[in-house]
Design a protein around this ligand. Sequence first.
Ligand code: DP6
Length: 360
Amino acid sequence: MTTTLNTYKTTDFKKLETKGSFTYSAPSNIALVKYWGKKENQIPANPSLSFTLNHCKTITTLQFEPKSEKGISFDLLFEGQPKESFRPKIQKYFERIQDLCPYILDYHFTINTKNTFPHSSGIASSASGMAALSANIIALEKMISTDKKEAYYNEKASLLARLGSGSACRSIKGNIVVWGETESIENSSDLFGVEFPYEVHSIFENYQDTILLVDKGEKQVSSTVGHELMHNHPFAQQRFEQAHENIEQLKAILKSGDLEQFMALVESEALTLHAMMMTSMPYFILMKPNTLEIIQQLWKFRQETKIPVCFTLDAGANVHILYPEKYKKEVQDFIENQLSVYCQNGQFINDEMGFGIMEL
Ligand code: DP6
């Protein structure tokens, strides 16, 4: 069965007469197979797979108040204070979801949002932010429209999050999420993220991710512009095919628990992502000298200790260090003693696999 967008269009709903609110948290996620390149309407050019995180979260309260005139209307607060710079992204989000959620036009919203990670860390919060907001919208939908199955609401929450920011659709559920239709993953979809439906080796339980904050400055090139540059990119087609192959391979690796293969695939994905940036026209580099220092030190440590620890990168200079829970002490000592010097103000965040959105 192919699911179409129309399945998620809510046509039958009532209007609440009194105001109310919800609060949801949503975590960040780290892609192992990267989403890089998209088509119209936030449809990914290739499938991606991520680990949902646990500590790096956005907490969003959505207040709704019925109003007489229909239209998009909201106030936006960050940690209780008006935040004008977030408005355009949220305005665009509401515009994109209004067809699927026409009930939003009946309310004035006050969105109050905060992050659990340090304000100064500079880590992008669009994934957790859009997932938390979408979880709230779906909570409203549950109140005002006819009952649907839980799976439907999860899919729709992920679909809405995707319209805010692609990677956000992988933050609704845990612990491993696939987004983008691909042959090796049953029921995978371009419209929303699905929980990885196969057996996973116990070595991946509570997998650890320490995020090394190398550079907190504004990125010179945003992800959105980076995705654009995959149009007419000389290596795009091969890259998109490779992502399908890597997901298929990763499916086998997640089952077998072969960490040698896991590390090779994950690091290759990270470097391929940055290779795409370096071979775009115009080209750009988001890694910093300390990104490379960290990678070199990590490889040395791995060779000397044989501890299976590897890295991945997002669209930025920060480095995610991934390792099994049983090596937590050794790896975290190594990070503290040898890698933190390459981080801005020595900052890093210890995180681990988590399960997705939560009502508070
Ligand atoms: C490199 O989800 O931030 O982190 O859909 O334009 O909001 P938009 O892009 P975004 O892209 C994230 C790209 C990535 C890889 C990934 O998370 O898969």
